[in-house]
Ligand binder design. Structure first.
Ligand code: GUN
Length: 284
């Protein structure tokens, strides 16, 4: 078997075209959805992500800007910046680009965001709403994965799903979204012994561990949908996922590449959440 390769870039492009109509409708009412990315310090990977986000916003007609703060900025000045953005009616979505420099507590910063502008869905109120099956803003990467599964016609209900990774921004919300769609979900992580014992059972395997090549072909059930969330920079400068692509594609039914799989969907979902925030704001 050779897997069908899921083209996340093309799916994201199609979704952006659809959402442009929602943006046009808002703009006709004098509302331009606005996103601000708060970028602290000069992490080179963050700079690339932020550029991608700005380009996608421009394509769809959103206004976006980057609020840069120095790497040694105090928590007080970060909070002052967030408070100012929370109060600005022209801004519908705010994200704090992660990681923050080590002297800043990311969880505390995220709780300082206005819940209705938290388009990353990382505020505890938004994560709690997801736990309660009443989602408001859902974290962009796991939401993008669900859209990819839907787009490919991959059934979720009643199937066995394994999520590798337990972060609050991908693994945990991913598991919740799959449970909400009636999959039977197992969450594995870096301390799971004999990972293959679990992954070989998965009809849907989502890998978000941040370890290049962690999952190999022989750890995959024949015909499974394999979604690779990992983006790892190798010593030779190339990007690689958490799944060993060549061996995995010979076992899987569907597989996402890196780059060009989940990454573009994360950006697309950020746009969707920002448009939704602006629509909710307009509805009063
Ligand atoms: N850093 C890596 N991915 C993300 C993301 O989805 N949102 C934010 N805010 N920071 C990130």
């Amino acid at each position: 078997m050779t897997a069908r390769i899921i083209d996340g870039k093309a799916v994201a492009q199609k979704l952006r075209a659809e959402w442009k109509q929602r943006v046009d409708a808002l703009r006709a009412r004098g509302i331009t959805p606005g996103l601000v990315v708060v970028l602290v310090g000069d992490n080179p990977a963050s700079a690339v992500y932020v550029r991608n986000k700005a380009a996608a916003c421009a394509e769809v007609g959103l206004s976006s800007s980057v609020r840069r703060l120095p790497a040694d900025c105090s928590e007080a000045s970060l909070f002052a910046c967030l408070t100012e953005l929370n109060r600005d009616p022209r801004i519908h979505g705010i994200i704090v680009q992660l990681p923050l420099p080590p002297h800043l507590d990311a969880a505390r910063a995220l709780q300082a965001l206005a819940v209705e502008k938290d388009v990353d869905g990382f505020h505890w109120c938004n994560l709690g709403a997801l736990v309660e099956d009443r989602p408001r803003f859902v974290p962009c990467t796991p939401l993008g994965v669900m859209h990819l599964l839907g787009h490919e016609g991959i059934a979720v209900e009643g199937r066995t799903a394994v999520v590798v990774g337990r972060s609050s921004i991908v693994g945990k919300p991913q598991a919740l979204l799959l449970i909400a769609r009636s999959a039977t979900v197992t969450v594995c992580h870096s301390r799971t012994p004999d990972l293959g014992r679990f992954t070989r059972d998965a009809d849907i395997l989502v890998v978000a561990a941040g370890r290049p090549g962690l999952v190999t072909g022989e750890m995959i059930k024949a015909g499974a949908a394999v979604i690779d969330v990992g983006i790892n920079r190798l010593p030779d400068g190339k990007l690689a996922g958490d799944v060993e692509f060549e061996s995995a594609r010979r076992r899987a039914g569907h597989i996402t590449p890196v780059p060009g799989g989940v990454g573009p969907m994360t950006v697309a979902m950020l746009i969707a959440n920002t448009v939704t925030a602006a629509e909710r704001g307009a509805a009063g």
